[in-house]
Every structure is written in C-alpha cells, then in structure tokens.
Design a protein around this ligand. Structure first.
Ligand code: TRP
Length: 434
C-alpha cells in the first residue's frame, strides 16, 4: 500500500465559519489534491445529535457544510465524500469498539471532563445534563476513523486526544482479534491550529465569536470591524503578539504579506486601516467561491446526489470490512466450526515483529507487545533482506543483539527497553520449546 489515507469529519451542528475553513476545510481540500493521497471526508451528523436536538438545524448545517466543502474545491470524484449516517456500519463498529474501550479512558476525555468539572464547580451532580452520547463521543469518532483504516487525521489541537484514543482502540481490538486496524495519526497544521474569534478567544460556535465563512461582502466587512483590538491610537505602534486581527490575517496571507502587515503594525497603522487590509485579504480568497456556494445552497438536490454516490463508495469498503470484523469477533454463521478451533490453539500470544515499508521507500520493522505497544523500532533499511537479518539477530541473541544493533534502532525509553528485553527472552523460549 503506497497511498496514504486521510480522513476527517465536520460535525453538522452549525454554520461553517472561518475557523472551520482555515482549520479543516481548506487543509483537507489541499491534502486531497496531493498525489498518493486517498481522502475520506464526511459530514459528522451522528456527532451532531450529541449537541443538537433541532432536526431542521442539523439538516441545514449538513447542507451548509457540504456546500462549503464543495465550493472550496473538494472534488467528489477524487474524494470519498459522504454523510456519516449513510454508513450504518459506523454505529455497528462503534459498538465493537465500545466493548474494547476502558470506561476509565472515556472518563478522561476532554469534552466529558469539561462538563463534569463545570458541574462540580457549580456544586451540582458531576453528571448533571451529561448524556451517554457525550460520554461515548470518542468511540464514535474512533469508529469513523478505523472504519476506513485512515493513516492521517487532519484535526485541530483539541482533537489530538481523540486520535490517541482511536489508536488505543485499534490496538486493543487487534490484540484480541488479530491485525485488523492500522493506528491513525493526528495531522496538525501548526500555523493554523486555532484561529481566534472576534473576542480573541478560539473561534468557536460555543463562544459566539465566529465569522461565517460565507456571508456577503458587506456582512464580512461589518463583522471584521467588530474584531477586538486594544485602544492604541493611529500612529502608535501596535503589538502583533496577542492580536486576533493579526493572527487571522496570518492564516490567509503569504509570508511576504504577513511581514508587510507586521511592519505596518510597527509603523502605527490605524486599527480601522488594518481591518480594511484584513477584510480585502479574506475576501480575495472567499469571493471566487461565493457563487458556487450560493448555487449549492439553492440546489440541495445536487448536493444530495453527490452524497449518495459518496455513500456508495464508502460502503463498498465498509460493508465487506464489517463482515470481516463480525467474523473476527465471533458474530458469524454457525456452519464454520473450523475457525474457532484454530483460534483456540493460537492463544497465549507473544510479542511480535512487524515488517513494513514507509513512504521514504525504506524497510522498517518494529517489535510490538500483545497490546500493540511499541517495544522496539528500527531505522530504515535499504532492503527487506537486511531488515530481516536484523530481526533474526534479535531473535537469536536477545538483549545482546539490541546492543550490537544500536545504530539501527530508534532510542526508546528505558521501560520500553526493559520490556523489549523480556519479550525477546520469552520469544526465544517459545521457539526453543516448539
Ligand atoms: N469531532 C470532530 C469535531 O468536532 C468531528 C469529527 C467526527 C471527526 N468524527 C471525526 C474529525 C473523525 C476527524 C475524524 O471537530
């Protein structure tokens, strides 16, 4: 497999704003145009049910987000573009993952913890007004990702924890039922990870400080005029640090443009003029997409047709994969007793070496324990044969080989190293007693 699969979803709980555009829509469209990338982008409407109980609003938001993505240049022929709730395999997988996820892990999820902390601070029952849906949110998200074995998940910083949880779910499932999932990785675009809103806090529906991605020129200008600034007068030098206006500009401008505005700040540009610069820069990027957006909004049936094709593409993967997973956990027809017997004898699993090839063309291996945790990780080898020889040496000489192969191995912390030594000893013992 040489292509990298990117996957991301947007919750259909509101009208897309500049923060969604910069943090998710724009980078995902760009990524989808990169050669060697296979993209899965979806409207996370099951997720929306966690927050929204207004059916019309969910439907409206689904259309707005789909139209925004398409207007921003997403090509549905290149991308698997679908609505989450058109893929019933996702909630089914959610249940499988629920059964391999520690409740304690979910207790620590940020969104849930934030609610609990807020309740506790107010002297209320910690779980007051917390639905099980909010609690389970990371598992649904894990199913979104693992359903398509995505390698990279472009998300904002606040979502990193969820990707880590998805990795853990993949490892726990693989440990119990064999290798079915690849561990996903979060992909953060450093410069744009969080866009400030009108009041300087993170741009977010929950702070009511957003600038909608698609508004008329006049509305956009008006909203930008409302960005919070300090009270420095024209002619006084301004700070770029901590300036929401400057940060938003940076997310749209080239390096040269940013440098120029930084100079203007130092030279004491009036806030009103800085806002005009920001407005023109944003509008220059958004204006060409406006007509397409308006057209999709006026013709929801066009969007619907595209989503249905996307659902077919998604299910062409999800349906057979789910069949495989159902069989793996033992939800299968009663005709096949053979497989059950084979599984019985393979119990008492040990750490294992995994060989793989990376995009750099080199050959790697790692030693992972039964829970999927990494014990050893090699550097790149020019050929699979040389990598194989190193594995042979480790199997034969155990700890001693770790020392001789030092230059070919990544440095891990001492606890992983300890466990690697033990695992190699156990492997050697198992081989001897065969
Ligand atoms: N939880 C994400 C958000 O609110 C949206 C989302 C749902 C998502 N499922 C996902 C993002 C899977 C990436 C991958 O921003």
């Amino acid at each position: 497999m040489s292509t990298t699969r990117f996957l991301t979803g947007i919750t259909t709980s509101g009208t897309p704003h500049l923060g969604n555009y910069v943090g998710s829509i724009r980078p995902s469209v760009r990524a989808s145009q990169t050669p060697g990338v296979e993209s899965f982008y979806f409207l996370a409407d099951y997720h929306a049910l966690i927050k929204i109980d207004e059916p019309a609003r969910i439907q409206r938001s689904t259309l707005e987000i789909a139209a925004s993505w398409l207007a921003a240049g997403l090509n549905p022929e290149q991308v698997t573009f679908y609505r989450q709730s058109d893929v019933p395999e996702i909630p089914e997988l959610t249940w499988f993952l629920t059964c391999v996820t520690g409740k304690g892990v979910l207790n620590r999820a940020h969104a849930y913890k934030a609610s609990v902390d807020k309740n506790s601070a107010a002297g209320m029952d910690p779980d007051a007004d917390v639905t099980a849906g909010l609690f389970m949110y990371p598992v649904l998200m894990g199913a979104d990702i693992l359903m398509f074995n995505a390698h990279k998940v472009p998300v904002g910083r606040d979502q990193i924890q969820h990707i880590e949880m998805a990795r853990d779910m993949a490892a726990s499932f693989n440990h119990r039922y064999g290798e079915h999932f690849v561990p996903p990785q979060a992909e953060i675009e450093e410069a744009v990870a969080t866009l400030p809103g009108l009041d300087g806090r993170k741009m977010s529906k929950s702070y009511d400080n957003t600038i909608p991605l698609f508004s008329s020129r006049e509305q956009l200008k008006k909203l930008i005029a409302g960005i919070k600034t300090d009270s420095r007068a024209p002619g006084e030098p301004k700070d770029t640090e901590g300036s929401a206006l400057f940060q938003i500009y940076q997310a749209f401008a080239s390096e040269e443009e940013t440098t120029a505005l930084r100079q203007s700040f130092a030279d004491g540009i009036a806030w009103g003029d800085a806002k005009a610069v920001l407005f023109e820069r944003i509008d220059r990027e958004i204006a060409p997409m406006r007509a397409a957006y308006e057209d999709y909004m006026a013709h929801p049936e066009k969007v619907e047709a595209l989503l249905l094709v996307g659902a077919q593409k998604a299910r062409a993967i999800a349906t057979p994969f789910m069949t495989q997973l159902r069989s793996a956990v033992g939800l299968r027809g009663l005709g096949s007793a053979v497989q059950a017997k084979a599984e019985k004898t393979s119990k008492g699993a040990l750490a294992a070496f995994k060989q793989y090839r990376e995009k750099d063309g080199l050959f790697y291996f790692k030693l992972v324990d039964t829970a999927g945790a990494m014990l050893l990780q090699s550097k790149g080898f020019a050929s699979p044969k040389v990598a194989g020889q190193a594995i042979g040496q480790l199997q034969q000489d155990g700890a001693a080989a770790i020392a001789t192969l030092q230059a070919q191995l990544e440095v891990l912390d001492s606890s992983a190293l300890d466990r690697a030594v033990q695992a190699l000893a156990a492997l050697a013992e198992a081989t001897d007693s065969k």
